[in-house]
Design a protein around this ligand. Structure first.
Ligand SMILES: NC(=O)C1=CN([C@@H]2O[C@H](COP(=O)(O)OP(=O)(O)OC[C@H]3O[C@@H](n4cnc5c(N)ncnc54)[C@H](OP(=O)(O)O)[C@@H]3O)[C@@H](O)[C@H]2O)C=CC1
Ligand SMILES: CC(C)(CO)C(=O)C(=O)O
Length: 301
């Protein structure tokens, strides 16, 4: 079924038309927003979303250079963290004090990464709880794995973008303490992303008892670092992360595993690398994460 925009009152630029970007864009289009895809390397006519046995199509416009954007002050940034520099010229278009960039990325450092190119824009870090794969350009397989799909700071900034995401079916939670949310999600990613990428197994690898133990050690180290960075975390967060990872729907994968399988560079610096760096700043010993970091650096792809 093709879903057309009901009204064209807003335009949102999508920078990074991958699994997460396409999922958010589809929700925006469903809510009546015009989505412009910026610089897709393989353009496609419609976003195709497969979810729970249903398939929907959402038409998009493509542009190839920032000059074609026209008046547009909202963007969704959903490239992997290590590709942010590559889309710097798109981000520069939003270097205006009325611009909002929703940075839908895992890991740490959303604001400084984007501020490098758009210091005047408001950056909304967004933590995404979807589990999504992009089997081909424009096409996503979407799995919802918790009762919240997107978590953003509690602020009036970007209110219309947030309300459109909600209208389009994304379950958005707005929170006061984003540091804690970012670190809470990071506890899961720091374990499951490298483990699935290195083993080639899907998320169900976390049910293997020995892997579970290793995963807990990786998370325990990150928890200490997160506490030192001001996140409000406890051992319960590790239990919750492990329970979640062991119960995600069959077939669930990770973004890092998908990159490894496709021979693309891995997003490890904003995850494991950032934890190791923060651990060094605080003088915390993180041998499991340091070991993983060395392996991820060695394979790179
Ligand atoms: N996948 C998931 O389930 C989840 C992912 N995340 C996080 O969301 C973020 C996005 O991940 P995900 O959607 O999986 O990543 P994908 O790799 O699926 O998507 C990233 C997209 O960015 C595009 N891109 C990269 N460089 C450029 C460039 N120079 N110009 C234009 N487009 C570019 C890629 O294009 P091309 O296709 O041409 O390579 C790709 O379409 C990551 O931080 C990830 O950790 C968070 C929660 C869940
Ligand atoms: C937690 C998980 C695995 C959900 O998709 C994720 O964030 C990722 O794939 O990077």
């Amino acid at each position: 079924m093709t879903q057309k925009s009901q009204s064209s009152s807003q335009t949102v630029a999508l920078i990074g038309a991958g699994a997460v970007g396409l999922s958010l864009a589809a929700a925006l289009i469903k809510a009546g927003v015009d989505v412009t895809v910026c610089g897709a390397r393989t353009p496609f006519n419609d976003i195709i979303v497969n979810e729970g046995g249903q398939q929907n199509r959402y038409p998009v416009r493509h542009i190839t250079v920032p000059e074609e954007l026209g008046p547009c002050h909202m963007a969704v940034l959903a490239v992997k963290a290590h590709h942010t520099d590559d889309v710097g010229s798109w981000l520069q278009h939003f270097d205006q004090n009325n611009a909002v960039i929703l940075a839908a990325q895992n890991g740490l450092g959303h604001k400084p990464r984007v501020a490098k190119y758009a210091p005047q824009a408001e950056v909304l870090p967004a933590i995404i709880y979807l589990n999504v794969e992009r089997p081909s350009p424009g096409h996503v397989i979407l799995r919802r794995v918790t009762d919240c799909d997107v978590c953003v700071p509690q602020t009036a900034i970007g209110a219309s973008l947030i309300s459109s995401l909600k209208k389009g079916g994304m379950r958005v939670r707005q929170v006061d303490d984003m540091t804690t949310v970012i670190w809470t999600k990071l506890l899961s990613n720091i374990a499951v992303n490298p483990i699935t990428a290195l083993t080639g197994r899907r998320a169900d690898v976390m049910r293997d008892p020995l892997v579970e133990q290793t995963g807990r050690q990786i998370m325990r180290e990150a928890l200490l670092v997160g506490l030192a960075e001001g996140a409000k975390l406890s051992e319960d967060n590790i239990e919750q992360a492990m329970t979640w990872l062991q119960s995600v729907p069959p077939g669930s994968t990770t973004s890092m595993r998908e990159d490894r399988q496709a021979g693309r560079p891995l997003e490890y610096e904003a995850l494991t690398g950032a934890v190791v760096d923060a651990a060094d700043r605080h003088g915390i010993d993180v041998p499991y994460n340091r070991f993983l970091h060395s392996l991820l650096m060695a394979i790179k792809y």
